[in-house]
Design a protein around this ligand. Structure first.
Ligand code: GDP
Ligand code: IMO
Ligand code: MG
Length: 421
């Protein structure tokens, strides 16, 4: 049996915290897509750690963590992260497994990402510059190196061939940054990767499922960054939605049970691209300040705005969401009034659908006002103690999106999570 936790907005919904909370209920936590563009923040014994490549179940002894074939893996980031989690007592030699089909990010992917963004000028995506786009291009272009290749004696030759192709491309961009240091780190990290548990991921996970073990698939990014269904071209390069679970782990659709979608009580986006409810004013600034909205991977300030129910309902539809987890409700504690977006006014006509190409229209959000709860909620443990106006807010959202909020997160701590009765 497989459940999933994935993001319903533009990423950074708090997936890491939620996976960490639910991890003890599962035997295996598996990342199915994305790469070091992800930054999942967890608090372990009150200490903060940000995970980029390793699944967020790593701090629970007895939970196995799998990096699936749908992920793009930067060995350098992985190595650093393995050292960091060891400092928190996690034993990656015992509880981390990597699929041999996982694609590798090489230093020239990072260079290509940078060169491509520079070439786009004002139209740049706002990529995390971790090499994600070029690495997935090499996967679909059938050029990529995969983790299983690292164990082959010909790895160095294949690496040089790929590097050569990339240098030619970089020449077209007139990109001449010295990557020697990146390569030195990369080869050290490849040595380290060889000491980790590389497995036949699809058999590994299906065996666990056959044995009756419980698997939790952990998404990265968010549904509106999905390569097919997001705000293209301002998206990432993988399927962040539930469809990515099957192809990113090698499991069949009928094995999947719950899809738990994570949304903030408001909305953020980091990087470029459409964001209809964005607040470029003092209220947006207040949300950024109260929510500490700065990127966990790049440190960039996140753009902030009201919750967008048009996008949220769309994400629930694409994913087949069975439960919604609403995070950062406490960030709204100080607001007199709140707004939710119930429709878009697209070039003068009202619609409740996500248009084909958001960037080509003038989109004005249609907002409905709610009374804020205007009281501190971060110590609440039971749904019965939740302010009436927060309940009204949640009930309206449930009705609009046609799914139910099952948990409300009211702080970054592992146990700041209210189960909705
Ligand atoms: P992820 O990428 O979806 O895992 O999310 P990030 O870790 O990038 O960003 C979420 C941020 O919000 C992190 O700093 C979390 O510690 C924090 N966070 C998560 N849930 C809550 C919550 O309910 N309340 C508050 N105030 N912070 C939260
Ligand atoms: P988590 O898992 C928020 C955004 C980037 C950029 C676009 C493409 O922490 O939620 P990429 O590096 O993938 O080529 O960037 O996607 N982006 C994220 N935004 N959270 C993330 O991950 C993101 N991963 C990528 O800012 O706009
Ligand atoms: Mg994040």
């Amino acid at each position: 049996m497989v459940d999933a936790i994935l993001g319903l907005q533009w990423g950074d919904e708090g997936k890491g915290k939620i996976v960490d909370f639910f991890a003890p209920q599962y035997d295996v936590i598996a990342r199915f897509q994305g790469g070091p563009n992800a930054g999942h923040t967890l608090y372990v014994d009150g200490k903060k750690i940000v995970l980029h490549q390793i699944p967020s179940g790593v701090f629970h002894a007895g939970t196995i963590n799998l990096i699936g074939n749908g992920v793009v893996l930067d060995p350098v980031t992985l190595r650093k992260e393995c050292q960091a989690v060891a400092g928190f007592g996690a034993d990656v030699k015992k509880n981390l497994f990597i699929s041999h089909r996982t694609n590798i990010i090489v230093p020239t992917h990072r260079a290509l990402d940078k060169a491509s963004e520079l070439a786009k000028g004002n139209d740049k995506i706002g990529s995390t510059l971790k090499g994600i786009g070029p690495a997935y291009m090499d996967k679909t272009g059938r050029n990529a190196l995969r983790v299983g290749d690292v164990l082959d004696k010909n790895f160095d030759t294949w690496y040089q061939q790929l590097r050569q192709k990339h240098l030619q491309l970089l020449g077209n961009y007139n990109f001449d940054e010295d990557i020697t240091q990146w390569e030195a780190e990369f080869f050290e990290a490849i040595e380290f990767l060889r000491t980790l548990n590389v497995v036949n991921g699809e058999y590994f996970i299906n065996d666990k499922i056959s044995q009756g073990k419980k698997v939790l698939a952990e998404g990265a990014q968010g549904s509106m960054l999905d390569i097919d269904f997001g705000t293209f071209p301002f998206v990432t390069s993988s399927n962040t939605t539930s469809a990515g679970i099957c192809s990113g782990l090698g499991i069949a659709p009928q094995k999947i049970r719950d899809i738990m979608g994570v949304t903030k009580a408001y909305c953020t986006r980091v990087g470029g691209g459409p964001f209809p409810t964005e607040l470029e004013d003092a209220t947006g600034e207040e949300l950024r300040k109260l929510g500490s909205e700065f990127g966990a991977t790049t440190g960039r300030p996140r753009r902030c705005g009201w919750i967008d129910l048009v996008a949220l309902k769309y994400a629930c539809m694409i994913n087949g969401v069975t439960k919604v987890i609403m995070t950062k409700a406490d960030v709204l504690d100080n607001f007199e009034n709140l707004q939710v977006c119930t429709a878009y006014n697209i070039d003068g006509a009202e619609s409740q659908e996500i248009p084909f190409q958001m960037t080509r229209h003038k989109i004005v959000p249609v907002l409905k006002e709610f009374k804020g709860w205007n009281t501190q909620t971060s110590t609440i443990k039971e749904f019965s103690a939740v302010p009436a106006s927060m309940k009204t807010y949640v009930e309206f959202i449930n009705k609009y999106i046609g799914a139910s909020v099952s948990h409300i997160s009211n702080g970054p701590g592992r146990h700041q999570l209210i189960t909705v009765a």
